[in-house]
Design a protein around this ligand. Structure first.
Ligand code: GRF
Length: 209
């Protein structure tokens, strides 16, 4: 049994590639005091990510680290790791970051990286999870917050919330309803992390009441 109780700085780094609505829900929850931590850096691999301006509007430091400016994926990831370490983050939140991180990156921050996925894992991992759910014909989908391990969307699950799939749903309408749940559970999971209420046994995450 491993308690995740070793946060020293209460600092969060967020990685994005796009819109940044989950990023914004985390920033807001910190600013409002729901999460006892501070977002100290938002890093995007895309210079035109809309989330960058949103972060600046909250006076959060931002950085753009573009893959094509580095000779290898390893060098690119090392640049991100260096910045996160320099900012002394306790937790890295992936929020629509559209790259698979290497084992080297994951091992640099064991059980310190969270992700939000728009489906009830282990169903529909990877890209276009909402479309996968619609195409499969499931009646219930949802959102999952999990720790990131070396697989794609396979890490220990922290929190899930279900969403009904309606007969007339489109990818957009289902995505929108799932997104509302994402904005609720991602800050909640992060809050529990910083309150030291998460413990991990094998691949099971338990919440201390
Ligand atoms: C969300 O649907 C999230 O679940 C997935 O990517 C999307 C990011 O949206 N990982 P946003 O950038 O947070 O608005």
């Amino acid at each position: 049994m491993l308690s995740l109780n070793n946060n020293k700085n209460n600092k969060i780094g967020i990685l994005i590639s796009g819109r940044g609505s989950n990023m914004e829900s985390i920033i807001k929850a910190c600013k409002e005091g729901l999460i006892p931590a501070e977002v100290v850096i938002v890093i995007s691999d895309k210079p035109d990510a809309a989330g960058l301006q949103k972060a600046k509007n909250y006076n959060i430091e931002t950085a753009v680290i573009e893959r094509n400016l580095y000779s290898s994926k390893e060098e690119f990831e090392k640049a991100i790791i260096n910045l996160l370490q320099k900012k002394n983050v306790d937790l890295i939140c992936l929020a629509g970051f559209m790259r698979i991180l290497s084992p080297m990156f994951i091992r640099s921050f064991p059980l310190k990286i969270m992700n939000i996925h728009p489906a009830l894992l282990p169903s529909f991992p990877g890209l276009h999870a909402q479309k996968q759910a619609l195409d499969y014909g499931v009646k219930i989908s949802g959102a999952t917050v999990h720790f990131v391990d070396e697989g794609v969307d396979t890490g220990p699950i922290i929190m899930q919330e279900a969403v009904e799939v309606l007969d007339n749903d489109t990818e957009e309408s289902l995505s929108q309803r799932i997104l509302q749940k994402e904005h609720q559970i991602y800050p909640k999971a992060i809050k529990l992390f910083f309150e030291n209420k998460l413990i991990i046994q094998g691949r099971k995450v338990k919440i201390i009441q």
